[in-house]
Design a protein around this ligand. Sequence first.
Ligand SMILES: CC(=O)SCCNC(=O)CCNC(=O)[C@H](O)C(C)(C)COP(=O)(O)OP(=O)(O)OC[C@H]1O[C@@H](n2cnc3c(N)ncnc32)[C@H](O)[C@@H]1OP(=O)(O)O
Length: 407
Amino acid sequence: MDSAIRLRQGTAEDFPAVWDLLGLVFHDEFEDEARDAEEAIFEPERSLVADDAGLMAGHALAFSRRLAVPGGELPAAHISSVGVRPTHRRRGLLTALMHRQLIDIAEAGREPLAVLWASETSIYPRFGYGPAAFRHKFSIMNQEVRLPAPPPGPPARLRMGSPADLLGELRQVYDRVRPGRVGWSDRDDNWWRYVLADPKDQRDGATRQHAVLLDGPTGPAGYALWRVKGGWTDHGPDGEVQVGEVVAGDPVTYQALWRFLLGIDLTRTVSYKLGAVDEPLQFLVDEPRRLGARKMDALFVRLVDVPAALAARRYLTAVDVVLEVDDPILPANAGRWRLTGGPDGATCVRTGGPADLACAVTDLGAAYLGGTSLATLGAAGRVHQLSDNDPSAAFGWHRPPSVTEVF
Ligand SMILES: CC(=O)SCCNC(=O)CCNC(=O)[C@H](O)C(C)(C)COP(=O)(O)OP(=O)(O)OC[C@H]1O[C@@H](n2cnc3c(N)ncnc32)[C@H](O)[C@@H]1OP(=O)(O)O
């Protein structure tokens, strides 16, 4: 990195320059609503600036949130707003920002994990972030798929409104469902505001976002967020329902919400970018191929504190294994760790014993949420099994991780 450039902690006064930089690097001209929502979640003390004589040459941010992991939840630095000015690229600024940020998180000692969405998948593995959660992008031909008939009795009680008006109920449902859903982040008031921000220039010609809520006997049981991009062809209506979130606490609610979304009149396609890899819809419709599923990367995970992170999650089966970890950026993670545990908890301590498996910290991050198998990484030649003691099954989980938002 150029010696004239110094890394410094951000301040609240830096926000306008950060905002300008993000617009520049992402080729976007954001509206005020998006800016206000982003400013509300900005954590200046966790903003890292590459400062070139007063010019914001680069930036990286960490948000303080909690992430659901197998069997629990953990504080996890949510990394975002990363960019380097086009005039300052390929000189090591991102490398300096990423190293410094990880060292800061490790020294603060509060967050054993860091997580992010990558703009390009090649950027972050070199810094120890492994692809841990994937998603299905669905493009559903809604006239061509059928759901099972609804249960007998009165129809589901659905209520529509603006997401802001129904916020209390949305939160109630989300907070109740989240603990079992590995990969989901917590949301405080500001994060709800950020997630529900609906600037017109980001709608690509679609309507504003709507919410539909299903009321159960004891309160709200599930909700969906969606908008519609209307369209007509010579054959008639050709609109597209764009689904934002579907959160349901039970299968009856889940089916009722999808029945509603797939049945919106004057539409022919339902798109859903953040579907789960194991989205139950695939096992409900009569013709799953018409869901048009495409698997994409989603959340990247970085173990900042290997023993704390490994001890904090639970394991599908009993495990007693020695892992040899390579971590050039955070050497405190490097070396051999004995992980002992199972479905009820785990411990992880340093050991001098022989290793059963050797891997880079990136691969441990990929496997951490139970969505990427260590055995698969072994088949790719990334992880090296050194004995018969294979922890792959234990690192799995009941369901693969999923995501609800891009941050
Ligand atoms: C979590 C998030 O916020 S994701 C958003 C990331 N930001 C963006 O995509 C915005 C547009 N891009 C940028 O601002 C910049 O190109 C950045 C931030 C991606 C990279 O910044 P730079 O300062 O140029 O990176 P730096 O010089 O440290 O490069 C580090 C290494 O990554 C590689 N690299 C950097 N950017 C990319 C890229 N976009 N694609 C592939 N490789 C890349 C470099 O080639 C270099 O490799 P090397 O060490 O083998 O030579």
